[in-house]
Design a protein around this ligand. Structure first.
Ligand code: FAD
Length: 475
């Protein structure tokens, strides 16, 4: 982009957006680094439009002058997808000022949100109408609807309700030429060719900008219970998953696997945490809910479904929560793992999935192989076992600094991803590709997948102005 074009484009954007335009270095600074603090870029300006119409005009200006746009919601993404590159040519497009929520009593099982609505506010708005938006995650205080859709986020309730893709009924988006795509009608039947809404979900802002969405709601929870289980190994955890799925069916919303080493760190580093059972090699955190009168009471369901695994020795120990406070305490143990791990030293983090029935074998086979190959490292596996998705972290040996551990990153990542692919899995289960996995995706993907990804990107965005350098490169 030549300097004259840049100046003209900026002047036009400033005139259009007025107070919702800034190129002040101090105001921009907090938004230039990703959540994990590993990538920092540069931006010419941040624009924060307040309506789809205003955003559409802004995108037309950017398209005319080939100015790259980096969409940004809460900046809580894990793969630096909302961080600009360091060439300093892009503008950041913040959606945070577009945050209206609409509820229509005629369609109480849906809600319409602007892209900048924060997940916690969406939860509160649904609850005010005795409904629930059934997707939650640790970043809910900052993650926005637009970011969640663009990363096809998962979280802890995917087991029953699916990921973001399953909860989006319709979207409105601005395409790279500035036109407004209206896919909000949420028709049950609509066969007008390619499904543009589904293409834009999980596209990480590389095909267009989500401005509004119609989302699915479910009834609010009447009662819930959390069960903390001690178990010997991941194979037994998988058997327990099959058993509980059969007994509890759709009332089971979460089935999280946690290792003893993760819990030891949580107890050491996170104030106020306490283990509900004796120490065991592995743990499972299960959540059962009741959200309609026809379902079984959760206490009765938990007790009856655990009878058989207790009697036949499948589980070592189990504690049922007796209050909402205790449910929160159990979840705090699970949700604090990343924070505790950070306090314990450097690690390379991987968000991977393999077919659910292969997960136990994957952990039990690949982890010792990696620990042997990279002497002194420790593999930590935890997370959404019920979805076949775990967070798979390779921690540096005790006392090794981040700088000394960094040169091994590529080698370790390649070893993990090769193993994942050999099990028919994915190198990104729920966080996306962004900048972090850009080259890894190219390395492990088939020619057909890369051809399709590039063809779609080129067709939508031939001048590559939508979040360039994320998800897929053009050659
Ligand atoms: C503590 C913590 C726990 C987390 N746990 C989980 C978890 O369990 N599961 C999970 O899936 N994620 C998890 N995340 C990651 C993160 O919250 C999600 O990726 C979330 O979807 C990001 O939303 P955001 O608004 O912050 O998006 P951002 O980080 O701002 O952006 C993410 C991507 O979406 C694009 N984008 C943002 N808004 C738009 C838009 N309106 N239109 C087009 N593109 C857009 C950006 O360009 C970028 O590529 C966690 C994060 C934190 C901090």
């Amino acid at each position: 982009m030549n300097i004259d074009n840049k100046k003209v484009a900026l002047a036009q954007l400033q005139q259009l957006l007025n107070n919702n335009f800034t190129c002040d270095a101090d105001e921009m600074e907090p938004w230039l680094t990703d959540w994990r603090g590993r990538y920092t870029g540069k931006a010419i300006a941040i624009i924060s439009p307040i309506s789809s119409k205003q955003l559409s005009e802004a995108v037309k200006i950017c398209a005319q002058y080939d100015m790259p746009i980096v969409p940004q919601g809460g900046n809580s993404g894990m793969v630096a997808g909302a961080t600009p590159s360091d060439d300093g040519d892009s503008i950041i497009l913040s959606l945070r000022k577009m945050n209206i929520i609409e509820f229509d009593p005629n369609t109480p099982d849906t809600i319409i949100c602007d892209a900048g609505v924060i997940l916690q506010n969406l939860h509160d708005a649904a609850l005010a109408h005795s409904m629930r938006f059934p997707l939650t995650l640790g970043g809910k205080g900052s993650a926005t609807v637009g970011g969640l859709i663009s990363t096809n986020a998962g979280g802890t309730q995917v087991l029953r309700h699916g990921n973001m893709r399953a909860l989006v009924l319709g979207i409105e988006a601005i395409l790279p030429n500035g036109t407004i795509y209206d896919g909000m009608s949420a028709l049950k039947k609509d066969n007008r060719g390619y499904d543009i809404t589904q293409l834009l979900i999980g596209a990480e802002g590389t095909l267009g900008i989500i401005t509004r969405a119609k989302l699915r709601l479910v009834p609010a929870i009447q009662d819930r219970i959390a069960i903390w289980v001690g178990i010997e190994n991941p194979q037994k955890a998988y058997k327990l998953l099959l058993h509980m799925s059969k007994k509890c069916a759709e009332q089971m919303e979460g089935f999280e696997l946690i290792s003893e080493s993760s819990i030891t760190r949580v107890l050491e580093h996170i104030y106020g945490t306490r283990l509900p059972t004796d120490h065991c090699p592995w743990y499972i955190l299960i959540e059962l809910v009741q959200d309609n009168d026809a379902q079984t009471n959760v206490q009765i369901l938990a007790e009856s479904s655990l009878e058989e695994p207790s009697e036949n020795g499948l589980i070592l120990d189990a504690v049922l929560s007796i209050s909402e406070t205790q449910i929160e305490e159990f979840w705090k143990l699970r949700d604090s793992i990343s924070e505790a791990e950070r306090a314990a030293g450097p690690a390379f983090q991987h968000d991977i999935s393999v077919p659910v029935h292969h997960m136990a074998e994957f952990i039990e086979t690949v982890s010792p192989q990696l620990e042997k190959k990279f002497k002194g490292c420790e593999v930590i596996a935890f997370g959404h076992m019920g979805d076949g998705n775990i967070h798979y972290h390779v921690k540096a040996p005790e006392g090794v600094s981040h700088e000394d551990w960094l040169p091994l990153e590529k080698q370790i990542n390649n070893a993990v991803y090769d193993a994942v692919i050999s099990y028919g899995g994915s190198i990104s289960a729920e966080h996306g590709i962004g900048q972090v996995k850009l080259h890894a995706l190219e390395r492990v993907s088939s020619e057909a997948r890369l051809f399709a990804l590039r063809a779609i990107k080129k067709a939508f965005d031939p001048n590559n102005i939508m979040n360039p350098g994320k998800l897929i490169t053009l050659d």
